[in-house]
Design a protein around this ligand. Structure first.
Ligand SMILES: Cc1ncc(COP(=O)(O)O)c(C=O)c1O
Length: 375
């Protein structure tokens, strides 16, 4: 197969755009002789927490660990039920099970790709009294906020802890506040294609709660409070110095990168507005969408994807199989009382168009031309 003229994502282009700065930061980290949990990780944690406007950041090895450790730090594990969505990266649900807890999956809103608060509340109310939902993980999928106002209100009424899955929403806001500062704790992936991406794996947890932050700092490193003394049963999930050094550079460019993603989305919105067979991404009032993905819906998804590929244009399906239908999960993961019909519909119809800050306006319009072309 010939290489694509326009890829769907291009983390290498992100590196090349800031190569001199990143190379210098990496060289300094290498020269320092200190490679694990040193000054680069501490500085990145402080700078990222300040960016989100919370008190604490705790670097970890990846976004899945960030979620699992956030749950564990909240004391959620064996015997506890955690609500989240099925239309997400499988990692969200995997993390619940890694923490030892049991997921219950809630359907999407009609208009948005995020948890339906009404279905969440119904699930909360219909749980048996001896097995209540103890935590909820709303996923800010594709870069836009879940309906946090309603989810937080329901969670507060029922004493449910809130972990925001911000893996796809670095820098997005709702009501003027950064996502990740709204719940009890937030988890971010720093995988290379994310809006804030390392050049390898990485993750971070943020919280305003100092006690929780201390537990997280211990949990990520064998449960140590002091070196070699494990107060908790922890894991090894550390962000390394080299990744932290380059993440500090990328953080400085995050807002400009997000603005570029929004500009590309505006081109797609404008150029594709007339396509009767496409549903374009809806914008939530009061939210800034950082377009980790620009996702259209169409009944002819597979045909559109093939047509784009034939024109040398990459696209991707995030995600083709909802978690509850994945072979490893099918038949053993509970759905909320409303079922998961919208999640299944999303899996059949979504298509992510090329989206990365280095995509040019000309390329974005080329993508639109190819999308619009009828046989
Ligand atoms: C919504 C969501 N949650 C969690 C994760 C897990 O992150 P990681 O791949 O860094 O473990 C990802 C990334 O794939 C994600 O997109």
């Amino acid at each position: 197969m010939s290489p694509l003229r326009i890829p769907q994502a291009d983390p290498g282009a992100g590196y090349r755009a800031h190569k001199a700065e990143i190379d210098a930061a990496v060289a300094d980290a290498l020269d320092s002789g200190w490679y694990i949990l040193g000054k680069e990780v501490s500085a990145f944690e402080a700078e990222f927490a300040a960016f989100i406007a919370v008190g604490h950041g705790i670097g970890v090895a990846n976004g899945t660990d960030a979620l699992a450790l956030a749950l564990r730090a909240l004391g959620i594990g064996q015997g506890d039920t955690v609500a989240t969505v099925s239309h997400t990266a499988v990692a969200t649900v995997a993390a619940v099970e890694m923490a030892g807890a049991t997921p219950v999956l809630i359907d999407l809103e009609e208009e948005f790709f995020t948890m339906d608060p009404q279905a969440f509340e119904q699930a909360v109310l219909e749980r048996p009294a001896e097995a209540p939902i103890r935590a909820v993980i709303p996923v800010h999928l594709y870069g836009q906020a879940a309906d946090m106002e309603r989810i937080l209100a329901i969670a507060r009424r029922h004493g449910i802890r809130v972990i925001e899955d911000c893996a796809q929403a670095h820098g997005a806001t709702l009501g003027g506040r950064r996502l990740g500062s709204l719940g009890d704790v937030a988890a971010y992936s720093l995988y290379p294609t994310k809006n804030l991406g390392a050049l390898g794996d990485g993750g971070i947890v943020t919280t305003d709660d100092a006690t929780l932050a201390a537990s997280l700092a211990a949990l990520r490193q064998y449960g140590w409070r002091d070196r070699y003394v494990s107060d908790l049963v922890g894991v090894n999930s550390r962000l390394d110095e080299v990744q932290a050094a380059l993440l500090r550079i990328r953080l400085r460019h995050l807002e400009e990168d997000n603005r570029r993603r929004q500009a590309i989305a505006a081109i797609y919105d404008e150029e594709l507005a007339g396509c009767k067979t496409l549903r374009l991404p809806a914008r939530r009032g009061g939210a800034s969408h950082v377009f980790h993905q620009y996702v259209v819906r169409t009944a002819g998804r597979d045909e559109l994807q093939q047509r784009l590929r034939a024109a040398g244009i990459g696209s991707n399906v995030h995600y083709p199989v909802p978690v509850h239908l994945q072979p490893a999960y099918r038949g053993r993961i509970a759905a909320g009382p409303g079922g998961l019909a919208r999640s299944e519909e999303a899996a059949r119809t979504v298509l992510s168009l090329p989206m990365f800050p280095q995509l040019t306006d000309v390329q974005a319009r080329e993508v639109c031309d190819a999308v619009r072309q009828r046989r």
